[in-house]
Design a binder for this molecule. Structure first.
Ligand SMILES: *Cc1c(COP(=O)(O)O)cnc(C)c1O
Length: 232
């Protein structure tokens, strides 16, 4: 077997074991943590290799790349959208992806509502939170979350099922902790027609720590597929 496939198998086994250990340490079962394979720049045959290893969820960053690759993926595997999304591309995702995780502002939720209404379906979304308040990142600020959630929850064709974040790159766990707290506080608001069941937090560098702070969906790219090559 080609080397790159064997490498993905090894990486998968290693990450799966680390997830299981982290889950165990935080008193949860490994099955409670979703392991998403982030597929940007990765060839479909390598993505399928990960699926054959046991991956049950894919994450896509770019609408065009997703469209050009999706037919080559193993059929039936759910895909979430996790990238920066422009309103004019929303229509290509509605009813196609399981969850749009990267809803970072009200106007984007409004466009999802419009497109989902047209197709007469309800689109699951996560709200993306800029937990570090960084200028370089998009996402809703923690302090504006309750009001935005209140407003989005009233959209009949949008269903909020949790939060997503890309915390600042640091070994300091205070942002993970802040995110866990925000998730629990938001759950306690018990806003009608919203569910706080998914906390999407943790990437290749910090997934073990993120699980310790309550994440139940980790999004992993380079630790599974190797370093990304954007040239291709
Ligand atoms: C690329 C990406 C990831 C995966 O990043 P790695 O560090 O390669 O694991 C996770 N989440 C989002 C939103 C991404 O864009």
């Amino acid at each position: 077997m080609e080397n790159k496939f064997r490498q993905v198998q090894e990486n998968y086994a290693h990450i799966q074991a680390a997830i299981a250990e982290a889950a165990d340490k935080s008193g949860r079962r490994p099955e409670e943590i979703a392991f998403m394979a982030v597929t940007k720049t990765v060839a479909p045959e390598l993505v399928n290799c990960a699926v054959d290893c046991g991956i049950q969820l894919l994450g896509e960053n770019r609408v065009q790349e997703y469209q050009s690759k999706k037919d080559a993926y193993r059929q039936g595997i759910p895909v979430d959208f996790i990238g920066t999304l422009q309103s004019n591309k929303v229509k290509y995702l509605i009813g196609q992806v399981r969850i749009i995780q990267s809803v970072n502002k009200l106007s984007l939720a409004q466009e999802i509502e419009r497109c989902a209404a047209r197709q007469n379906l309800k689109q699951d979304i996560l709200l993306e939170v800029n937990i570090g308040g960084e200028d370089s990142k998009s996402g809703m600020l923690p302090e504006s979350l309750p009001a935005l959630l209140e407003e989005i929850s009233q959209m009949p064709h949008v269903h909020v099922c949790g939060l997503m974040t890309i915390p600042p790159r640091t070994d300091d766990t205070r942002f993970l902790e802040a995110m866990q707290e925000l998730f629990l506080q938001t759950k306690e608001l018990q806003i009608p027609d919203t569910e706080m069941k998914i906390l999407s937090m943790g990437m290749s560098d910090d997934y073990v720590r993120a699980i310790r702070y309550g994440s139940n969906l980790v999004r992993i790219g380079s630790a599974l597929f190797g370093a990304r090559n954007y040239q291709k």
